[in-house]
Design a protein around this ligand. Structure first.
Ligand SMILES: [Zn+2]
Length: 116
């Protein structure tokens, strides 16, 4: 059930770029992704190991974003990182509109949840 809106004597400006973002996306943008490790299939591990590489796949429990890091073996140095978003429209601000700060995501989340 939605919370009742508080009566306040101030106005909170919410960044309009957050209007199409999902609540989960705002949560991840506010306090970071909830990463879980995902297994790399055995055949892929064999293929990569033959090239002196391994891959680490993380999936966010909340927004299903993924973070794939390719590492050189045996040093484990990072070769590349690839980030994907399950639903970029709901996660990212419009292209070329600048960066959304953590504070703005936090503010938008608090207002949407009617915490203030
Ligand atoms: Zn996330």
């Amino acid at each position: 059930m939605p919370r009742r809106k508080l009566k306040t004597n101030f106005h909170i400006d919410v960044d309009s770029r957050t209007k199409d973002m999902s609540l989960d996306a705002l949560r991840c943008r506010s306090f970071g992704h909830s990463w879980e490790e995902a297994p790399t299939p055995y055949s892929r591990r064999v293929e990569l190991a033959a090239q002196g590489q391994m891959e680490e796949i993380l999936v966010c429990d909340r927004c299903a974003s993924t973070n794939e890091t390719l590492r050189a073996l045996p040093s484990f140095e990072v070769i590349s990182v690839r980030r994907t978003y399950a639903d970029p429209k709901s996660y990212l601000v419009p292209p070329k509109s600048g960066r959304l700060s953590r504070l703005e995501a936090h503010k938008a989340r608090m207002v949407r949840l009617r915490m203030v």
